[in-house]
Design a protein around this ligand. Structure first.
Ligand code: F3S
Length: 423
């Protein structure tokens, strides 16, 4: 592949061993995918693991250290994915009964500061575009499957489904190989999805949208999708719940929603004038199948209701607060709404946080509920944080998929059903 003089100097070590390692990693990736040149991404969304305790993370930290050797500043704006939880959140810590020593242990293990010192924007969210905007045609780098599919599908930005090290390498070098989603000709829809007459999307709950995304992702694999007949005015919360699971049950990077995705004002535009490789119709029974598959709880009672996986935009938080109005969460249960800190600040100012807390729930920032509730085999006391939270209610299939895989009982349903399960 063709490298500029500066890129060659990076490979040769002029900017330190970490930059050389990072550029070498990207050139190897470029060779594998057949990219002919590097481009400069406008930003990179990087995963900072924070405190986790499964084996591969230790290796990731070692790799991080090697890649960051000699790096004084990231070369592009970088945003950060969620971490374990906000260790300054006293309300959450008190509510969970985490002792001071354990909190200190977690704080000491956090590696996030390393990225912040290099200029990363401490967004700690998997929906970074809600706080750091992007635009149509802008090439980005990044890891985190749900962010990738939303960058491409909601904003028309161009980003491939990457890995943790390649996203970090992009932040360090300010480069990413040009291939796949970066090229307009790769972005046409291959799978067309129509809805059967027994489905009325204008009446869909967030969990219905999420079930639709989950069902389609399994069929799509890594192909681009187009939804031909969804309401153009669906809320951001519902759009997020539709798109996120496409990268979980499948490896979709781009789903055109006709009338919503900037590149898809029409079905023909999404298809780039071609015929789709495959066309499917989704019926009510298909969505019911997703509900049945993900629901493993044996009763309608949960220890935890969790919203905001992926992180909730403000409209979703307002909707949940309205559903909570006048209700009280059981003392032995918990309700969490995860979001980005700037969104939580707005919820604070609007009095929504107080209203949610009055019902017994909490709005939490920075947290990934999946990481937070990871059931560990490690005897580490931190692994015990999720003790007692055996049955989890959620309205998002990504959350249900991962927490179910951890061995938690899952109650998958609408936001109203999830709230009822913890009352
Ligand atoms: Fe985001 Fe963690 Fe869920 S990264 S999508 S909150 S699993």
């Amino acid at each position: 592949m063709e490298l500029t003089r500066e890129e060659k100097e990076m490979v040769e070590g002029k900017f330190g061993s970490g930059t050389a390692l990072s550029m070498n990693l990207l050139t190897k990736l470029a060779d594998v995918v057949g990219a002919e040149r590097m481009i400069r991404p406008a930003s990179s969304h990087i995963v900072s693991f924070g405190y986790q305790f499964y084996g591969f993370v230790a290796n990731c930290r070692d790799l991080d250290e090697e890649m960051l050797d000699g790096v004084r500043r990231f070369r592009v704006l970088s945003t950060t994915n969620p971490k374990f939880f906000d260790t300054e959140d006293e309300k959450l810590i008190r509510r969970l009964g985490i002792d001071d020593a354990t909190v200190e242990q977690i704080r000491a293990s956090m590696t996030n500061n390393r990225f912040e010192a290099l200029g990363a924007i401490p967004t700690y969210t998997c929906t970074p575009f809600f706080v750091h905007p992007t635009r149509k045609g802008e090439s980005l780098a990044g890891a985190e499957s749900v962010a990738i599919v939303m960058y491409n599908s909601i904003y028309g930005a161009r980003v491939n489904r990457e890995t943790t090290p390649t996203a970090l390498a992009a932040a360090i070098t300010g480069r990413t190989p040009e291939f796949g989603m970066h090229k307009a000709e790769s972005r046409y829809a291959q799978l067309q999805v129509d809805l059967g007459e027994d489905l009325k999307p204008e009446e869909f709950t967030s969990s219905d949208y999420s079930a639709l995304g989950y069902y389609v992702g399994r069929i799509a694999g890594d192909r681009n999708v187009v939804f031909s007949d969804l309401p153009r005015d669906m809320s951001m919360g519902k759009l997020k719940n539709l798109l996120a699971p496409l990268g979980v049950s499948g490896a979709v990077m781009l789903a055109h929603v006709v009338g919503v995705t900037p590149e898809a004002p029409t079905l023909e535009a999404a298809l780039l004038g071609r015929k789709p490789e495959e066309r499917i119709q989704v019926d009510k029974g298909n969505l019911e199948g997703v509900y049945q598959m993900l629901n493993t709880a044996t009763e309608d009672k949960a220890d935890l209701a969790v919203f905001g996986c992926p992180h909730a935009p403000l409209d979703e938080i307002i909707e949940i607060a309205e559903l909570l109005d006048g209700k009280t969460i059981r003392d032995d249960a918990l309700l969490l709404i995860a979001t980005a800190e700037p969104i939580k600040l707005l919820a604070d100012r609007m009095g929504i946080t107080d209203a949610v807390e009055k019902s017994g729930g909490l709005i939490v920032s920075d947290m990934c509920p999946h990481i937070f509730l990871w059931k560990q085999r490690d005897p580490d006391p931190v692994a015990d944080i999720g003790r007692g939270l055996n049955t989890v209610a959620t309205d998002c299939t990504k959350c249900a998929h991962y927490l179910g895989a951890q061995g938690r009982n899952i109650l998958y349903g609408s936001a109203s059903k999830c709230i009822s399960a913890v009352m």
